[in-house]
Design a protein around this ligand. Structure first.
Ligand SMILES: Cc1cc2nc3c(=O)[nH]c(=O)nc-3n(C[C@H](O)[C@H](O)[C@H](O)COP(=O)(O)O)c2cc1C
Length: 209
């Protein structure tokens, strides 16, 4: 029994590092936990639905099977574009981009990926490990239609489906709060209203009490 992410990530060299730096005992807790965190619960689903981007890590594989370099790409779209299909499945519409197809090519050779989702404003971050598979638009138009966002200006080339293996939340340390234009807009509107009110007072005598 273990928290699923530790089964995926605590390799021998990671355990050695934990011993070397004195945190092995602390990390044993993850390996004996009954809280497996191997699926999307309501908490993760709500967080994912609010995201308009995530980072996708895959890695290259050479023709002889040797592991290649890690690769991270930013994926963006309308809020909620990473869909929760069910508690073990996520998916998103892959838009036409720079046509390098690094993630798409990596996934075919080794489906193991990491997703990293940030809420900078609330200083929260979610890690997801999954096996990815590609569904070409021509092969399943119904899936593509269900996973896309009508009216969003991008050409969908394929769906990327993630079979979820593990999830884990991180603490907020060292996350600088950042706000989107959408989040800041109400404050800008309020500033404009206050400026207009102030302008109405301009030129009027100051009342001394
Ligand atoms: C015209 C165009 C040019 C792009 N150029 C770049 C680029 O130079 N570098 C980059 O990281 N992403 C670029 N992007 C965004 C990527 O194409 C997009 O994130 C895509 O999903 C990358 O997938 P991949 O990294 O898995 O190949 C571009 C997108 C478009 C539409």
């Amino acid at each position: 029994m273990a928290r699923r992410f530790s089964e995926l990530t605590f390799t021998d060299s990671v355990r050695d590092a934990q011993r070397r730096y004195g945190s092995r005992e602390q990390n044993l807790g993850f390996e004996t936990s009954d809280d497996h965190r191997d699926r999307i619960t309501v908490r993760e689903a709500q967080f994912i639905a609010e995201r308009d981007s995530f980072y996708l890590a895959s890695h290259g594989t050479e023709a002889d099977g040797r592991p290649g370099w890690p690769y991270v790409q930013h994926r963006g779209g309308p809020k909620g574009f990473l869909r929760v299909i069910d508690e073990k499945t996520l998916g998103f519409a892959d838009f036409r981009g720079n046509v390098q197809y690094l993630s798409a090519g990596n996934i075919v050779a080794d489906p193991r990926v990491s997703l990293f989702l940030m809420d900078y404003a609330k200083r929260r971050r979610l890690k997801i490990w999954a096996r990815a598979r590609i569904v070409e638009a021509a092969d399943d138009p119904a899936l593509i239609a269900s996973i896309g966002t009508p009216g969003y200006p991008a050409q969908i080339e394929r769906a990327v489906i993630f079979d979820v293996e593990a999830v884990d939340w991180n603490c907020p340390q060292h996350i600088t709060p950042r706000f989107t234009a959408e989040q800041v807009q109400p404050l800008l509107d309020e500033i404009e209203q206050l400026k207009a009110k102030l302008a109405a007072f301009e030129g009027q005598p100051v009342v001394q009490h």
